[in-house]
Every structure is written in C-alpha cells, then in structure tokens.
Ligand binder design. Structure first.
Ligand code: FAD
Length: 344
C-alpha cells in the first residue's frame, strides 16, 4: 500500500527564522556509535560555531547507557536528545523516520546531518520528503555561506565537477555525508546535557517486522576499516590471480579491494569495489595494482594517506594520484614484493 508518513512539512512558505540549531543523527548499532557520527559532530561543531547556535545529537535505540551520550558530548554535542524504547533496538525505516520527523516538528533545527551509511541512506530521504525539504546526498564538504545558508558540496557528473548545493526556501537543510570524509575531532572537557524524549505509541507504529539481521560478511566490513588496502583491476586477468593480492594484503594485515573493471569481469564480489559506485576508503596505505585509475575509482580512494600504483603503462592515470609509482608487470612485481616482505 501507499506510504502514510505524516506530512508535517514546512513547505516553501515556512517561517525559516523559526528554525535554529545544528543536528547530527547519531547512528547507533547494537551498543556502539558509528564512527561517521563522530565525524559529523566535528563537522557540525564548526557549522554551529559559525552560526552561533547549539549542536545537538539525536540518539535513537534501546538500553542506551549514559556512556553513549557522554561519547557524543565529547565530540562536541551541546545536547543529546535520547529516545530509548524496545521498539528502537533494531533499525526500521518507518519508526526511525517517524521519530525524527516528530522531533524536527517540535524542535525545528535549521540543519540536519546524517551519515551516508546503509541506515542513513535508507531513512533520511523519507524524513526530508515528510518535512518537505531538500536533501543533498553524499556530501564531501560542508560550510556556511555569508548569508547563513548551508553550503553542501558533492561530486557530480561522475566526479568531474564539484557541485555546491543550497536549500534556501525550506528547513531543515539536510545532508548526508559519506563515512571517512570528515575528520573526527574530540573536544576534551566539552560540557553538554542529555534530554530524554518519551516516544508516544503512535511514533512507534511500524508496518515492518524485522525477522533476522545477518551481519555483513567479515571481509567487506574490513574494507572500510582497514589501514592497508590492496586493490586489483582488470590487469589481474583472472579470478585466481586475486590470490596474489590476498597474500600481499594478508602480509600487510590489510584488506583486498577492486576496481569496477575486475568486479564486472566477475573476478571478485561487488562488495570489494572501491569508487563512486562502491566504497569510499581512506586507509594509511592504498596499493592500486593493475587498475587504470579512472576518475570513478579515484574518487573512492583519493583520501588515502599513501598511494602506491603498480601498472605496466606509464601513462595510466592512477600515476597522477600516486605517492609512489611502480611501472612494471604486476605478475613480476607482486610476487617479488611478497618475497621481500617475507624475508625482511
Ligand atoms: P582497465 O581500465 O581495463 O585498466 C586495467 C589497467 O591494468 C590498465 O591501466 C593496464 O595498463 C593495467 N595492466 C594490465 N595488465 C597489467 C599487468 N600485467 N601489470 C601491470 N598493469 C597491468 N570504477 C571503479 O573502479 N569504481 C567505481 O565505483 C566505478 N563507478 C563507475 C560509475 C559510473 C557511472 C561509470 C560510468 C563508471 C564507473 N567505474 C567505476 C568504471 C571506471 O570508469 C573504469 O571503467 C574502471 O575503473 C576500469 O577498471 P580497471 O582499471 O580495472 O580496468
């Protein structure tokens, strides 16, 4: 049936001046806060200071102990709105959206940020539609304009231009931000308060029943967290050759990534793909082996601290972003490199 989310919208004619404050949706999954929430609180802190308004974190879940709110305060939140209820123990689009919509209606924030995670991507668009405001997905930069608008910057046209988007006529101004784009900056000694919000039954009604939650396969989760990533492309030639990269990644305590070229060949699962339509990663060391470095790949890994490219074509674009370039046949270089690591 049709979705029946409350239409509480501000609409274009809304009294924009009545909206104040910066909010961050604090993503909580079975006991821990997602790192993107630390990153967003740090970004939100800067925006709130520029606007001269408070920064709030919104925390939904169940059995949320004080340490979680304290953690959010230690990343700069002035206030944490907590909704704790057994119905919120697991994520559900409709209940999470309903609650956030109701909170927006009551408290009227001017800015709302959330991670572009599977959870944020899933329910934040519902919230924006319900309150009839705009949403910029996958931002990579946020700032405040001279006239106080949120400047929401994100790659567009396949990463070839950076677009800065504003939402002048409705509130809140909403953006999702990819994990690992913003820097988490703790604010030692920061003081904040906690406000418990009781959710009435009608906020919690859901059409969804979660039967089972199957955690992401280990290797994939490892990709975005890994300090070292060894990625392969079409230069690998066949699936068995990814074993070579697994060996190398294993020695460096890292994870294996891939270009879309290799994924399209069916040599490796799509969950390993790095890039515009894959994961965004920013490890300490990123090794790009036998992949060209197309812009759609580069946007997903250019934040890496050290980039090592191995490619037999000296003109390959990956060398433009590489800290170290190795012009060589990967089938000669990688086995030799592995041998050296083993003996040293
Ligand atoms: P190729 O372009 O075929 O490059 C292979 C490279 O390996 C070459 O540079 C070659 O010199 C080198 N090589 C070959 N053999 C050897 C050898 N023996 N030793 C050393 N080097 C060797 N791509 C992504 O990766 N991620 C994305 O998220 C993504 N999203 C996209 C979204 C859109 C909308 C579009 C249009 C494209 C997207 N792409 C993405 C695809 C991207 O444009 C490229 O086609 C893709 O990244 C190419 O993969 P590749 O570098 O492995 O293959």
């Amino acid at each position: 049936g049709a979705l029946s989310l409350p239409q509480v919208g501000t609409g274009p004619a809304a009294d924009i001046a009545a909206y104040s404050g910066v909010w961050v949706f604090a993503e909580w999954r079975s006991g821990t806060i997602h790192k993107v929430s630390h990153e967003l609180l740090s970004a939100g802190r800067v925006l709130a200071n520029k606007r001269g308004v408070p920064l709030a974190a919104v925390l939904l879940g169940h059995r949320l102990d004080d340490a979680i709110s304290e953690e959010l305060i230690s990343y700069g939140a002035d206030v944490v709105y907590v909704v704790d209820h057994p119905e919120l123990a697991g994520f559900r689009d409709d209940t999470y959206a309903n609650i956030l919509v109701e909170l927006i209606r009551r408290k009227r924030p001017e800015i709302l940020l959330a991670g572009a995670t599977s959870i944020g991507r899933s329910f934040i668009p519902r919230v924006a539609a319900s309150v009839r405001t705009g949403l910029t997905a996958d931002c990579t930069d946020l700032d405040i304009s001279e006239d106080g608008l949120l400047l929401q910057t994100r790659p567009a046209f396949g990463g070839n231009v950076m677009a800065t988007i504003v939402c002048p006529n409705s509130r809140p101004q909403m953006a999702t931000v990819r994990p690992k784009v913003m820097k988490p900056v703790p604010v030692p000694g920061h003081k904040g308060s906690v406000e418990l919000v009781t959710a009435p039954e009608e906020w919690l009604r859901s059409r969804v029943e979660v039967l089972e939650v199957i955690p992401e396969a280990d290797k994939t989760a490892k990709l975005t967290e890994a300090d070292v990533i060894v990625s392969g492309g079409r230069g690998l030639r066949k699936p068995e050759n990814f074993k070579l990269l697994e060996d190398l990644a294993g020695l460096l305590n890292g994870a294996v990534g891939a270009s879309r070229g290799a994924v399209e060949e069916g040599w490796i699962a799509p969950s390993h793909q790095v890039g515009q339509t894959g994961r965004t990663v920013a490890p300490i060391l990123y090794m790009a082996v036998g992949l060209a470095g197309a812009i759609q790949h580069v946007v997903g890994m250019q934040g890496s601290r050290i980039i090592v490219a191995v490619n037999r074509d000296p003109q390959a674009p990956i060398f433009d972003v590489a800290s170290f370039g190795v012009v060589a046949d990967l089938f000669e270089f990688v086995p030799e490199f592995i041998k050296r690591i083993r003996t040293e």
